[in-house]
Design a protein. Structure first.
Length: 198
């Protein structure tokens, strides 16, 4: 009788230990670690997303009309409301991009002076606009220029008078590059700077 009681007690102890070991937080030796996490099943924790800075979100930089637009800078000068038809800033300036607009447009916060000289520093995209007319419009006034050389930055001065109450300058480029496997832009005119002198 005593032996039976002892066996029963031993059996009960072994069962209790087996149950307790199943409740342990530690994995059994040789068992694969758990892959469950507080995250949603089947998804990995996401990495922080990088914030892309664009001209619309970049802070404006202080400049006068005479100091003009430095196209190598990200963002707009303080006198400019926005611009369109241009690719992102590079170390030298920006290309017009036909994917982003049929022409490059610059919208100023205030009306432009009635009479001024527009000074541009430009370059052509590998000569695709050699002999072509680049058209610059201010209100209902229009001027044109062409490239005299492919491989250098060209200084252009255009005089505008009686432009009305417009606040927009538009530059239309006749030809743009074809997109490639490594660059989807349609580049035409390189803009280094744009200045307005009265």
């Amino acid at each position: 009788m005593n032996i039976t009681i002892v066996r029963s007690l031993l059996l009960a102890s072994v069962c209790s230990l087996a149950l307790l070991s199943g409740c342990s937080d530690k994995p059994e030796a040789g068992a694969a670690p758990s892959t469950s996490s507080p995250a949603v099943a089947g998804t990995a924790p996401s990495a922080p997303t990088a914030t892309t800075v664009t001209d619309a979100t970049a802070p404006a930089y202080e400049a006068t009309l005479e100091q003009g637009i430095d196209f190598s800078k990200l963002g707009y000068p303080s006198f400019l409301k926005d611009m369109s038809g241009l690719s992102g800033a590079e170390s030298w300036g920006r290309w017009t991009d036909a994917n982003l607009g049929a022409s490059a447009q610059f919208h100023f916060k205030n009306a432009l002076p009635q009479q001024f000289k527009l000074i541009l520093e430009t370059r052509d995209f590998y000569g695709i606009n050699a002999g072509q007319k680049i058209t610059v419009r201010v209100g209902d006034k229009q001027q044109e220029f062409s490239f005299d050389s492919v491989d250098h930055i060209q200084h252009v001065e255009l005089t505008f008078a009686d432009v009305g109450t417009t606040n927009t300058i538009e530059i239309a480029v006749p030809k743009h590059s074809e997109p490639s496997a490594t660059d989807s832009r349609k580049m035409g005119l390189g803009l280094v700077s744009l200045k307005i002198r009265q």
